[in-house]
Ligand binder design. Structure first.
Ligand code: HDE
Length: 705
């Protein structure tokens, strides 16, 4: 009787506040989840049927120490829903982070296409962009050596356009039929279930060593392109050639590019490996924090436009996805920009449920005959059916177009639309307002002529597997070439089969003899294996400096973070000067101390820390500063976290600024002063050193292979 009164009272409150169940639902996703604070108006907690819940802490029992009753529908509904909270993760690109933003066209391509998104300048089109790693599971780390997915959904006025790209311009294989094998070789090995998120294992290199067409992509993945410093500092590529189609039905080929406003930047390999432990969410956190702080990630959007006649003169086939078109051959034309300015409200509802599909194009954009693209046009819709479980996944808000849409598809699991009327077919004569096809504005495929014999064939023009790999390697700076050598040695040293290591080195001989020799030396091979036969002679294509990273780094502190190590007795005036100078140049500054509560400065004031030394290694910063009293520095020489802080920053080629007793710590960490180790008296010199890596230091600290 007593309990009943209590329930009645609560129901009364519910009615008085007028917080009905549907209203409570509406608030979900708008950032207004209920929380236990005094005051405020909280929606009443209800079941999914809208029944208000009197007690969310205790299940229904037969008596105080008795069994739980099956009739407890509140408990059963809650647990059942929980049991089904997960959906299958993506077979590839499972780990990702995404953000909302907009695309703005700055230059019209009206001569080439009818697509409004590419002709209406100044208009802001909403986008949802998801970045991902390819190989690891959803719970893996952000920073393995891996290609990054770069998928953009444009919610245009003419329908959704998905540009589902990656951060390198070439792919491993030439035909979709090989994709399951590539991914099976790449993913953790089926008997042992490891390694997670790594190419450095036998099955990957076994497959690759038998796949000469992969050599160009191999050069890219062994370069620092696959170790991005931040998702904001990566280029993006549509990879395949697409077509633009104008009002006269004439088509022009196009390659799509994203160019980061912050320039390209990568980490160094040792740093990358340590990052996986120091902060598995390094990229996700960086993206979230940048958006939260208003430093909105931004990319220029560029196209390479070319005709069939131009393509006929290229020394490669542009329909082969293992090939890129050098900028020197077809220049990039910047036509717009993308800004990401809003973090999703809910990771699952948006980032997990978003369903990209390269087949989502709008009138004025069409496909090329790239055989990899052709396979992709099938695969993505198919995978969503098992991942999201119903053909109605397009009704989920993140996937639905933002322009009007109507058709006569119906029913199916999770149908959330309620069409009216008796007509569910087209054509019909019974309805005046059912959707009809439109001859004038509707999507039309390019009227391309196809001739020739049907068969499981590959074009002769796809037979050159080494020339662009050579071009990429030769286009790199000496530092970058050394990184490729080290990466190959690292990866192949994890392969426990000599014949696979040898087969890879044999391929490298076609790319560059010196590269093969250096890798063979790093693997301690007794002799250079014979190079395999090639289908055609390897060409010496002109080097393309645009393929470098170091050449494309921007001389800026924007997007970079400086960590200042302080302790009791640090000089607050110097700290303020460094902070001011760094922030003025666009950097973030974080204070690190042995305790999160901070340190008592020389003037007795307390400066709070942003990170505790043991949990905030220098790996998460782009440059470090040591502002320590003599006594504090002396004490820290006995702390391995402090020694590693300095030693790693030095080893990872970062600028180190020093004041007061900081030098003592440098000595303890075996740091040899160089141009990147700067006394803070010369603050300007430190700031300019912090804008880059100290590449010349590398030869002193690593036995480059
Ligand atoms: Fe994908 N790929 N892919 N892929 N791909 C998927 O679709 C596939 C390829 C790319 O953030 C899957 O929804 C085939 C190239 C990105 O949700 C799947 C082939 C490029 C993403 C699929 C390729 C990509 C995917 C898995 C060879 C760069 C993540 C889950 C024919 C141009 C999108 C899903 C996101 C995801 C199939 C090759 C980019 C299984 C069959 C080349 C960025 O459908």
């Amino acid at each position: 009787m007593k309990n009943l009164t209590k329930t009645e009272n609560r129901s009364k409150t519910h009615n008085e506040k007028g917080a009905s169940a549907p209203q409570g639902k509406v608030r979900i996703g708008s950032g207004g989840e209920p929380h236990q604070v005094a005051g405020g108006t909280h929606p009443v907690l209800t079941t999914n049927q809208g029944v208000s819940i009197s007690d969310n802490q205790n299940s229904l029992k037969a008596n105080a120490s008795g069994p739980t009753l099956l009739e407890d529908f509140v408990l059963r509904e809650k647990i059942t829903h929980f049991d089904h909270e997960r959906i299958p993760e993506r077979i590839v690109h499972a780990r990702g982070s995404a953000a909302h933003g907009y695309f703005e066209l700055t230059e019209s391509l009206v001569h080439a296409t009818t697509a409004g998104i590419l002709t209406e300048t100044g208009e802001r089109t909403p986008v949802f962009t998801r970045f991902s790693t390819v190989s690891g599971g959803a719970g893996s780390v952000d920073t393995p050596r891996d290609v990054r997915g770069f998928a953009v959904k444009f919610y245009t006025r003419q329908g959704n356009w998905d540009l589902v790209g990656i951060n390198i311009p070439v792919f491993f294989i030439q035909d979709a039929i090989k994709f399951p094998d590539l991914i099976h070789a790449l993913k953790m090995e089926p008997d042992r279930g490891y390694p997670q998120s790594a190419t450095a294992h036998a099955t990957f290199w076994d497959f690759i060593s038998l796949m000469p067409e992969s050599m160009s992509a191999v050069m890219w993945i062994m370069s620092d392109r696959t170790l991005p410093r931040s998702l904001r500092m990566m280029e993006g590529f549509g990879v395949h050639s697409y077509r633009l189609v104008n009002a006269a039905g004439k088509s022009t080929f196009v390659k799509f590019h994203w160019l980061p406003k912050l320039g390209l930047q990568s980490t160094v390999w040792d740093e990358t490996m340590k990052l996986a432990g120091a902060d598995p969410d390094f990229h996700r956190r960086d993206l979230f924090e940048a958006i939260r702080e208003g430093s909105f990630p931004e990319w220029e959007f560029a196209v390479q436009l070319f005709t069939q006649e131009q393509a006929d003169k290229f020394p490669f086939d542009h329909l082969d996805p293992t090939k890129l078109i050098p900028e020197e051959l077809v220049p990039l034309k910047v036509i717009g920009r993308m800004v990401l300015d809003r973090w999703p409200d809910n990771f699952f509802a948006e980032t997990e449920q978003v369903a990209y599909c390269p087949a989502n194009v709008v009138p004025g954009i069409d496909f090329s005959n790239d055989p990899l693209l052709q396979g992709r046009l099938f695969s993505y819709l198919d995978t969503q059916l098992s991942r999201l479980g119903t053909p109605n996944f397009n009704q989920i808000p993140i996937n639905a177009p933002k322009c009007p849409f109507a058709n006569l598809q119906r029913d199916g699991k999770m149908q959330s639309m309620q069409p009216r009327g008796r007509v569910g077919y087209e054509p019909n004569s019974l309805s005046e307002d059912s959707p009809r096809e439109t001859r004038s504005g509707g999507f039309r495929s390019v009227a391309a002529t196809e001739t020739g014999e049907k068969g499981r064939i590959r074009a002769e023009s796809f037979a050159d597997h080494y020339s662009q790999a050579r071009q990429f390697y030769r286009s790199q700076t000496g530092y970058e070439q050394a990184h490729i050598v080290s990466a190959l040695v690292f990866e192949l040293s994890k392969v426990d089969h000599l014949h696979v290591r040898e087969a890879m080195v044999a391929h490298l001989r076609h790319i560059e003899e010196d590269l093969a020799k250096r890798v063979a030396h790093g693997l301690a091979l007794e002799s250079l294996p014979d190079a395999p036969p090639t289908a055609m002679p390897v060409q010496d294509l002109a080097p393309s400096p645009a393929l470098q990273i170091i050449g494309k780094m921007k001389n800026t502190l924007e997007g970079r973070t400086i960590g200042i190590l302080i302790a009791d007795g640090s000089d607050g005036v110097v700290i303020s000067k460094v902070r001011k100078a760094a922030v003025e140049e666009g950097a973030r500054v974080m204070i690190v101390a042995t305790k999160i509560g901070g340190a008592k400065l020389a003037d007795s004031s307390i400066l709070k820390a942003d990170g505790q030394l043991a949990g905030t290694p220098s790996i998460v910063f782009d440059a470090i500063v040591l502002i320590l009293s003599d006594d504090a520095a002396k004490a820290l020489t006995r702390d391995t976290a402090a020694i590693d802080f300095v030693h790693d920053a030095y080893g990872h080629l970062k600028a180190i600024g020093v004041a007061q007793g900081g030098r003592r710590l440098l000595l303890a960490a075996n740091v040899e002063p160089d141009a990147g180790v700067v006394e803070l008296g010369d603050l300007g010199r430190f700031i300019s050193a912090a804008k880059t890596r100290q590449w010349t230091r590398e030869a002193k600290i690593r036995c480059l292979v």
